[in-house]
Design a binder for this molecule. Sequence first.
Ligand SMILES: *Cc1c(COP(=O)(O)O)cnc(C)c1O
Length: 491
Amino acid sequence: MTTEESKAALVARLGQLERAARPLNPGTGRRRTLRNAVSASAERFLRRIETLKAFEDDAGSGQGLLAEPIGERGLELERVIDLFEREVVTPGLNPASGGHLAYVPGGGIYHAALGDYLAAISNKYAGIFFTGPGPVRMENQLLRWVADLVGYPASAAGNIASGGSIANLTAIATARDAHGLKGGDLATAVVYLTSQAHHCIEKALRIAGLGEVQVRQVPIDEHFRMRPDALTSLIEADRAAGLRPWLVIASAGTTDTGAVDPLDRIGAVAHAAGCWFHVDAAYGGFFLLTEHGRSMLRGIETSDSVVLDPHKTLFLPYGCGVVLVRDAAPMLATHHYFGNYMQDAAAARDEVSPADVSPELTKHFRAVRMWLPLKLLGLAPFRAGLEEKLLLARYFRREVAELGFEVGPEPDLSIVTYRWVPPGADLERCNRINQRIVEAVRRDGRVFLSSTMIDGRFTLRMVALSFRTHRKTIDLALRVLRAAAAEATAA
Ligand SMILES: *Cc1c(COP(=O)(O)O)cnc(C)c1O
C-alpha cells in the first residue's frame, strides 16, 4: 500500500468509527427523549413516595438484572427504565421513604439530585485548583462553612469525601503522620475509644497500616457516653507501663443509641495527655445547626479533626462525608503528592486542592449537590428539619413508653432505644420476642426499624433522621409496633 492509500484507508476507518460512536453524544431531540423518560420515572417514584413501603420484602432481590447481560446492542429506553424501577428501586430498603427509621437513615433531597445532574453534565474537574478553580473554590467555601459551624480556626482544611468511613480514614492517616508514628512505634501507640465507636474506625486503623496499635475501650456511663475519669485512668496506666497514648476518638452521636460523648471534658483529657483528639460526628455533627445540638456537642471545637456526614444529617443523597482537620499542615503532609504530568498545575495555588488533602485525585464533583440545596433553600429549612427530628425522637419515646415498651435513656439526639418486656419473661424469651417484633415490622414494611444488642439485650431502635419523617410517620410506627408486639408475644 502506498502512503496515500494507507492514509485514505485510515480516514475511511475513522469516519466509520465516528459514526458508530455517535450515540455517545446524543443531539437535542434524543436528549429530550432521554431526559423526559428519566424525569417521568423520578416523578412516578416521588408522587408515590408517601405510600411506597419503607421495606419491600416481596419483590425479589434484583435477579432480573442478570437476565439482561451487558451486550453489544443497547435496549429500548422504556425497557431499561422498567428494569431499573422493578429490579433496583423496588426491592429491599427504600431509603427515600420517611418510614425509614432504621440504622442511620439517609437523605436524598431533590435539589441535591439536580446538583448531581449539573455536576455530571459539565463534568468539571474538582480535584485540582488549576483545572477546576470554580469547583475547588466551591468545595472549600462549603468546608469553611462547616468549619465555622464546628468552630475551627482559619488554619483548618478539609475535604468532601464519599462518606464517613473515608472521611474517618483521612483523619486517622493525618493523625498518624502528625505524631510521626512509624512501623516501630505501632506496638506501643495507644488509641482510646468506646465500645460504641463505629466499626469504620477500626477498619480505618487497619487500612492505615495501624492494625497493630493498642486499642483501649474506655468504659461508658449509663447513657453510653465515654467516661472522662476512666479515660484519664487508662492513659495514666498506659504511660506508667511505658506505652505512648496517641489518639482519642470521641463520638458525637453513636450509631447504636445516638449518645454524644462529653466532648469538652474528653478533649481536655486528650490534650493534657498530648493525644490527637478526633471526633466522629458522622451522624450527629450537623445537629450543630440546632440550639440543642450546639449544647450537646460543646467542645467539638477543641478537636484536632472531625467528621460530619452531609448524606445523613444534611439530608443529601448518599456519597458525601466531610472531614476537617484543625490545622491544614499535617493534612497536606499526609496527602500531598506531585507528578510530572501535573507540572502545569503547580503554579496556581490560591486554594488548597482537594487532591492535596485526600486519597483521591480525580473525584466526583460532589460539592454541587451540597451547594445547590444550600444556595436555593438557605439554612432555615435545614435547621427546622433537624429540630423536628430531635423532637420526633422525644415524642416517640414518650408514646412508645405509653404503649408499655421499656425505653432507654432520654435521647441525646434523634435515636431512641426501647424493647418489649412482657411480665415474667426471662432475658432469652424477651430477646426472642423483640427479634420477632423487628421481623414483623419488616414484613409489614410501612415503616422500617432496626435492632441492636445492648449488654446482651436485644434492643429495638428508632432513628428519626429522614427529611420525609414527620409526626404522622411516627404515629404509624407506633401503630405497627403495637400490633407487632401483640403478635410476637402471642406467638
Ligand atoms: C454512618 C457512620 C459512619 C460511617 O459513615 P459512612 O458514611 O457510612 O461511611 C461512621 N461513624 C458514625 C458515627 C456513623 O454514624
